[in-house]
Design a binder for this molecule. Structure first.
Ligand SMILES: Cc1cc2nc3c(=O)[nH]c(=O)nc-3n(C[C@H](O)[C@H](O)[C@H](O)COP(=O)(O)O)c2cc1C
Length: 328
């Protein structure tokens, strides 16, 4: 099964589906499984991850150099940690995303190494800046997304970005079923960038207790919040909050971030909860599509099913919308 777009042509993959780089969750095993399902899997690199993680997880993602894969970096972290970029280039991925900050300073070095560059953007200005910086793929990341993101919903953002820039645009945020994939492809996106729908896959490095929470959560159970970053003293730029499952910690501290900075006990409680896998306090980043994740299936199957069902749905809908038969 193939679904052809500018993305599949550039990446040399069968399906227009990218497995989101999720720090701490999307490592080599998940990336490899996504690629084996026909998409392109990406390894997420966190701002505090050791640089050695990159070569190790790249080897797993590529099955020892045989499969294409991607790596996702955070632009704001690279100034202090240039070794993350060096190790990424050395790992020879097909695609690197540089998101949450300007990709500009990194595009040339990646292109010189023969690596395609993507960047997740959250508004029109960010999309235009990424395109001007020379990225090959612009990822319109709506606020529906899990993890760090902006405030504009995926659907309005996708329409804005498709009109604003020339490079292929990929949609991210809230896509977890064939209906979502078919919708963004029909709108003109070159593909979908999916994270939340992979959180319950056995290849994800999701803790079993966290996985159970993901499977039980509904679409109204997430919150866009900075409380976990504030409590941990992580240097995320102010414009990016993280979408996570609501829990006791967000109930207690959302809107009280300034107080939280000065509350060492609360910060200690979060650190202890993380150590104890207590997700009533510790965070689970997940998007609104968590309400669509009901089973723990292998990632290759998730990707294959998404692609196949989207192709059927598109064919069916086109037939109904443009064909001669009865309307529905
Ligand atoms: C648990 C989790 C961790 C994430 N970590 C990263 C990351 O390290 N780097 C990154 O560029 N995006 C990260 N993201 C955002 C994803 O790249 C992507 O935008 C998002 O998952 C797409 O929306 P969806 O979750 O609704 O599929 C993360 C998302 C989740 C759910």
């Amino acid at each position: 099964m193939r679904l052809r777009t500018a993305l599949t042509e550039r990446l040399g993959v069968a399906l227009p589906i990218l497995g989101a780089p999720m720090a701490g969750v999307a490592h080599g095993a998940l990336a490899r499984a996504v690629t084996e399902g026909g998409g392109l899997g990406m390894v997420g690199v966190g701002s505090a991850d050791p640089a050695e993680l990159i070569a190790r997880e790249a080897a797993a993602a590529s099955a020892g150099g045989h499969l294409p894969f991607g790596i996702g970096l955070m632009a704001w972290a690279l100034g202090d940690r240039p070794e993350l970029l060096d190790e990424t280039v050395a790992a020879r991925p097909t695609l690197v995303s540089v998101s949450f900050g300007s990709p500009g300073p990194y595009v040339e070095v990646l292109h010189d190494a023969g690596i395609l560059v993507a960047s997740q953007v959250q508004d029109r200005a960010g999309a235009i800046a990424a395109a001007e910086a020379g990225v090959d793929i612009v990822v319109a990341q709506g606020t529906d997304a899990g993890g760090h993101t902006g405030t504009v919903g995926t659907l309005p953002l996708l329409q804005i970005v498709l009109d604003a820039v020339d490079p292929p645009v990929v949609a991210a945020g809230g896509i977890a079923t064939a209906r979502g994939l078919a919708a963004v492809l029909a709108a003109g996106a070159a593909g979908a960038w999916v994270g939340t729908c992979l959180l319950a896959c056995p290849e994800a490095r999701t803790n079993p207790a966290a996985r159970a929470k993901v499977l039980a959560a509904g679409e109204t159970d997430t919150i866009l919040t900075r409380v976990f970053d504030v409590a941990q003293g992580i240097g995320w730029p102010e414009g990016f909050a993280g979408r996570a499952l609501r829990n006791r910690f967000t109930d207690a501290w959302y809107g009280r971030e300034t107080e939280l900075v000065g509350d060492a006990d609360a910060r200690q409680r979060l650190a202890e909860a993380r150590g104890a896998d207590d997700f009533d306090t510790a965070y689970i980043y997940a998007g609104q599509a968590v309400g669509l994740v009901r089973r723990s299936l292998p990632a290759a199957q998730v990707v294959r099913d998404l692609g196949e069902a989207a192709a059927s749905l598109l064919a069916e809908r086109l037939d109904v919308l443009l064909g001669e038969g009865p309307r529905s």
